[in-house]
Structure formats: C-alpha cells, structure tokens
Design a protein around this ligand. Structure first.
Ligand SMILES: [Cu+2]
Length: 714
C-alpha cells in the first residue's frame, strides 16, 4: 500500500471511530486577544481562496482539536487528527446550476488523490468532521446535487493545510562560509566529541554543520575507572513494602550491554530500571538514599503528593546529595496509581543513564480495577548510541537544548526487544510510564483493542476504547488489553517523522517488543468483564465539587517561549528555513547535528507570566493552602524553534479542562500535561499541599535550559 493510501485507510478508520464534530469554545481563525488567546492561527486555521470570477466569496477552515483523552489526537499511525469546521460568506445561491444544486466541501492530498467528500456547506458555520492527513487541501465546489460522490462541478474555494508550507530546504540559501568560520568551530584538540549518528531514514546532512560541536565539554560516566570494578546490572526486582518499612536505595555505576555495545551507565541498587516499589495507599515508607555516582544527586518522587521536605528538588527542598553522601526520604502515598522516582539533578544525564523506577500504589478497594489475568509495569525510554557507545552528554550543561535528546534505541524496562508471553484470551493491565528525556510515544499493539483506564493520579471518569496511547515524557497511562488469538503481537511506536531537508513527512515505526500469545486458553476467562466499559463514580464524585468553577476565567497564565542567547549564525539560518511550518508535536529526532549542537548555555526556555512580565524563577506565585486555581498555559508558536512541552507540577494534582478551547469530556487527575505548539491548555489546579513546588517542562534538556518556576503554597 502506498504511504498515501495507508494514511487514507487510517483516516477512514478514525472517521468511523471518532464521534461527530462538536462546537468549540474558541476559534483558531478568530483574532487572538490578550484576555482570550486562541490556538495559533498560522497552525490551526486555513484561509480559503476564491476563484478569480467569484471574488466576493470568502471562507476559513478551523483545524480544531479532535476528541482524544491524550495530549495530542492522532491515528494509530501517528497522523494528527483535526476536527474541521468551515465558515463561509458571500456564496451566491447555487440555483443557477440546477434545482438541486448545492455547495460541497472536499478534502484531498497534495496529489489530489483520493478526493473525499466532507459534506454540503452553506454560508455560515458548518462542522466537517475529523480529517487525518499529514498535508491536505480543502476544496469547495458547486455540485448539481447533494448526492454526488465525486467532484464534477465548478471549484469555488480552495485552501491548503498549514503543513503544506513545509517545503524542501534550498541549502544554496545557506551562507556556507559563515557556517565554517563561525564562533563555534569544531574543536581540533580532540576533546572527545564525535559527530552524532544520523537518523536511519534521513541520511542527508545540512552541509557545513559538521564544522561545529557543542560549546560544552563531553561527559560520559565512569571515565578513568576500571570497568572491571563496575558491577553488571541485573533486571529490576519487585519490592513490596508496608506502612513503616524502610528501603535502602543507592545510585551507582553499572555495566550494561545494549545493542551489542558494552556501556557504563547508572542504576538504582544495580538494577534496570530501579526496583519496582509496591505499597498500599496511605502507607509511609522511609528510603535511605546513598549517592554512589560521580555527580551530586537527589531523588524526586514524581506525582506523589508528599511532604515538601522530601520532594528531592536540589537547592529548593534539600541540598544536593554529594558523591558518597546520603539522605533519608520519608514518602507518604495518599493516592492509588502508578508513579515513578528519578533524580532531580541533571536529569538529561542521570535519568537518561538509567536512574528511574516505578512506584505502584495499591488501592484498598478490591474492585478499584476490573479483573485481569496479569499486571505488567512498563517504563518506556530511548537511548542515543553510536557505533562506539553512548553519545557523550554535556559536562557543564546539557546538549540538545532545543529539541531535547532523542535516542535512537527504544527501550522497555531498560532493554530493547521486550518480550512477554501470555495465554490466549488473557487480559493484561499495562501500567505505562514514559521516562525518556524528550520523546512522546504513540504506542500500539496492532490488531489489539486497548481499554484506557487511568493516568497520572488514578482513574479516568470513565473507561474508553483507544487504538493507541499517546504518552509524553513523565506521563503515565493505565490500559488493559485482551489477547484474543494465538499469534505474535508487536508493541510498536508509530509516528510521523519529518525529513526537514526534503520537506516531507514519513512514517517512523519502531518495534519495542513482542507479545507471544499461546494456544492455551487463559484461566479464568475475563472476557465478559473486559468487554464492558466501566464508569468510575468515585472519580466523578471527587471532581464534582469543582465542576461549577470550570467555566470561570483563568486566574493565572503562563506563556511558554524561547530565547536564543548565542547560536552560530548558520544554525539560526537553518532554523529559519524550518519556520514556515512547525509540527505541533515533534515525534522523532531526524536532524541529529542540529539537535545536538545547541547547549543549555546557548538557549533559554522560558515560562513567562504575561500579567507581570516575570519569567522562570522570578515569577514567585504564592497561594494559600486549599486554593484552587484555573491556570492557562499558552505555547507560543512564533519562536525560532517552537516545541511541544510536557509541563509537570510537583506535589499537587490538576485536571486538564480544555485544550485549544475544546473541553475535555473525560477527566482524570494529572501531574503532567502535553502542550502542542501553538496550543492553549486550561487546567484546574488543586493546591492542598503546603510547600515550595516546582512547575517545569519535563523535557530534561529544557529544564536544564531554564524552563522552571516555583509555586509556593502557604
Ligand atoms: Cu519543554
């Protein structure tokens, strides 16, 4: 099947699966005001152009957020889905064309094949429904009847999707000499940098960039240490703890073999991932942490609404733990669900090298979850390797500060090629955590229906069927799958990557592992339970007390943006070549040189309070314990390198009320939310936990480049 037809098949599947288009609150085609920012017009609105003999007609098409429980609405192949609404004016009565004449809207690919009918349109607003194509055209024609199946009549309006502005680079526009003679020349002293490996599907490199290297020194762990003295890591163990128990947790160097390369990495208790800690809700445990790394460290208990003193944020809630030092954490677990722990010092290095583990907090309610045959806890990650081993990290500051560090080897629980064997008909409950530095996954088990049950802090208001799981860095999702037939099912990440020099999208598919389904029937058979979607009235009741406040205006706002401090002129020119279109979510690292060069010294990622103009740590918001605030986040599109950001708030919980003005109709308590480029998110934040809490982007390199602030709850 050609890529276009493949995309089209996915599109049809989505049309059948997604409910009818809904009205949205805020049109991306409307003029944005300071009080009411709309999604960015250049990414989410199409201006329709009339044919020359009908200059009086006009129209726009809104690319609204399609319904999805995730931060981005995509097909199982990772194509973004938009909910289209057309607004037309000045259309003459079509009667001259015949008694039954009408205007019809169509959508098609740049190749004009196939041409799909969206429906009859008139002056005013008309919902056209979902469209899932990487690049597309919208046409309006006058047709003899509403029943036409193919376009025959006169074309009256046409417009192209914003993604059509993504064009091949004309590298002749680049000033090659300026590139080579820049202020960031490749260091001839041989201090250890190697050119990063290219993406397997995009071998082209922008000429001239090989002359550069990051303006920080390279760092790899364990340098100067005899690798024979470093223990070989072993797979994680499950540690079941009760209220009052103590766990000893040490971070240290480990030896790993990944993809045939022998590597020195980090591990908690010599394991990959760190131990899976299972506790009952309301338990309090003590963790005796010792730092055996060659860097200072801390442990952050992500998503857990614990005592602020034990939140693990260096220089805010504790001093960093020096190499050889220790710290005692007391961790209380008020909410059932799946959480994780990781260092909060140089996450781009320490977390990426394997310092992460899950916390599974068990509800006391025996029917909190539906019956399942098995529970599987998966940590999703990626690692950047070249032929020699680890691509070095920045010693003084993070490399990859614009894009984040995308790995080229995808890992499940620290290993490529994950394996699971189940019986036929088995229902498996998966607890998924994305621990990668920058990658948003679109995870599927092709041919297997997935039931979405929960996310960061517990369950959704109601369960729903999904075809894939979009999971941004630090997010968690709980899904159930039933493996109906004896076969092998692959676990895949299916996204649409961008070949920037060519100006095209291409499907980027990675197989993370395989589930072998045996002939042997599962016992017991949970089919009847699995086929039923449960509502969760406990979650609904918990949210109900806030619902009447959902429509109030935002109390606070943050704009997410970027400041370039010092980048080579040539790198800026390349970024400008790409500024015609920015994909709302960058799913894949396809420009390794460009992505690698900017360090956290060269750029600053910014959270800005538009009410005061203050930025990052200067914002200093203060609230009272028990306050609930409506917070609006706006991800500015017009920067040199706009990106989606997974924004995380420590120690509290929030609801994502709306994205792009479209209300969410199935809420879940969250601690991390993905903001696509040019989008707005309204969230309802419950501030019940006193202390000083970080709010930051969870792309490790963006955090390292300043994208954080502190909220004080008194
Ligand atoms: Cu970010």
């Amino acid at each position: 099947m050609s890529p276009n037809l493949g995309a089209w098949a996915a599109f049809l599947a989505v049309v059948l699966a997604v409910p009818a288009a809904r009205e949205f609150g805020r049109s991306p085609c409307a003029t944005s005001t300071a009080q009411d920012p709309a999604p960015d017009r250049s990414l989410y609105c199409i201006d329709l152009i009339p044919v020359p003999d009908l200059p009086e007609i006009s129209g726009t098409v809104e690319l609204g957020r399609a319904r999805s429980p995730f931060g981005a609405a995509v097909t199982p192949d990772g194509v973004l889905v938009y909910d289209l609404t057309v607004t037309l004016a000045g259309l003459p009565a079509p009667a001259a064309l015949g008694p039954d004449a009408v205007y019809v809207a169509w959508v098609t690919t740049p190749e004009l094949e196939p041409m799909v009918k969206l429906g009859v349109v008139t002056n005013g607003r008309t919902a056209l429904g979902p469209v899932a194509l990487n690049k597309f055209l919208v046409l309006v024609s006058a047709e003899a009847s509403a029943d036409v199946a193919t376009r025959r009549g006169k074309l009256v309006l046409r417009g192209s999707s914003p993604s059509m502005l993504m064009l091949p680079h004309d590298v002749s526009l680049l000033p090659a000499q300026r590139l080579r003679s820049s202020e960031h020349p490749h260091n001839a002293a041989g201090d250890g940098w190697r050119l990063p490996p290219m993406h397997r599907s995009v071998p082209r490199m922008i000429p001239g960039l090989e002359a550069f290297e990051p303006r920080v020194r390279p760092f790899v762990p364990g340098a100067g240490r005899d690798s024979g003295t470093i223990p070989t890591a072993r797979p994680r163990t499950v540690v079941a703890l009760r209220d009052g128990d103590t766990l000893t947790l040490s971070a240290g160097l480990v030896r790993r073999t990944i993809g045939g390369r022998r590597l020195t990495m980090y591990g908690f208790n010599g394991q990959y991932p760190g131990p899976l800690i299972e506790v009952p809700e309301q338990a309090t445990i003590v963790v005796e942490f010792t730092n055996g790394l060659d860097l200072p460290s801390t442990v952050h208990w992500h998503g857990v609404r614990l005592d602020n003193r034990f939140d693990g944020v260096p220089n805010l809630t504790q001093a960093p733990v020096p190499p050889g030092g220790s710290f005692r954490y007391r961790v209380h677990f008020p909410d059932p669900g799946v959480y994780w722990y990781h260092p909060h010092v140089r996450e781009d290095v320490q977390q990426d090298l394997g310092l992460y583990g899950n916390l599974l907090v068990r509800s006391g309610d025996p029917i909190y979850f539906a019956a399942a045959n098995r529970e599987v806890v998966l940590m999703l990650d990626d690692l950047l390797l070249d032929a020699t081993g680890l691509v070095p990290y920045g010693r003084e500051a993070a490399t990859h500060a614009l894009m984040g560090r995308f790995g080229n080897v995808l890992l499940v629980n620290g290993e490529p090629d994950y394996r699971l064997t189940v019986d036929r008909g088995e229902v498996v409950r998966f607890f998924l955590t994305n621990v990668s530095s920058a990658r948003t996954f679109n995870l599927t088990l092709p041919g297997t229906r997935l039931k979405l049950v929960g996310s960061d802090l517990g369950k959704f208001e109601r369960e729903e069927w999904v075809e894939s799981v979009v999971i941004a860095p630090a997010e968690r999702y709980i899904v159930e799958a039933r493996f109906e037939r004896a076969r092998e099912v692959t676990l895949e990440n299916r996204v649409q990557a961008i070949d920037h020099p060519a100006g095209v999208f291409f499907p980027d598919v990675d197989t993370l592992g395989r589930v072998t389904v045996l002939e042997r029937p599962a016992a017991p058979d949970h089919r009847a339970t699995f086929d039923r979607l449960r509502g969760h009235p406990d979650v609904v009741a918990d949210i109900d007390r806030y619902r009447r406040d959902f429509d109030r205006p935002p109390d606070r706002e943050l704009v997410l943006t970027l400041r370039i401090k010092d980048l080579p002129f040539g790198v800026i020119q390349v970024l400008r070549l790409d500024s015609g279109y920015v994909h709302p979510v960058e799913w894949s690292g396809t420009m390794p040189m460009m992505d690698w060069l900017p360090s956290a010294r060269d750029v600053e990622w910014v959270l800005r309070d538009p009410a005061t103009g203050r930025e990052n740590l200067d914002i200093d918001w203060r609230f009272r314990r028990g306050d609930v605030i409506k917070l609006r986040l706006v991800n500015e599109r017009h920067t040199l390198h706009a990106m989606a950001h997974p924004i995380h708030l420590h120690g509290q919980r929030f609801l994502v009320l709306a994205q792009g003005g479209v209300p969410n109709d199935n809420l879940v308590w969250k601690d991390t939310v993905l903001l696509p480029v040019g989008q707005t998110v309204d969230m309802f934040v419950e501030l019940t936990n006193p202390g000083r809490w970080m709010l930051h982007c969870h792309i490790a390199e963006h955090l390292g480049a300043g994208m954080h602030t502190v909220i004080t709850v008194e």
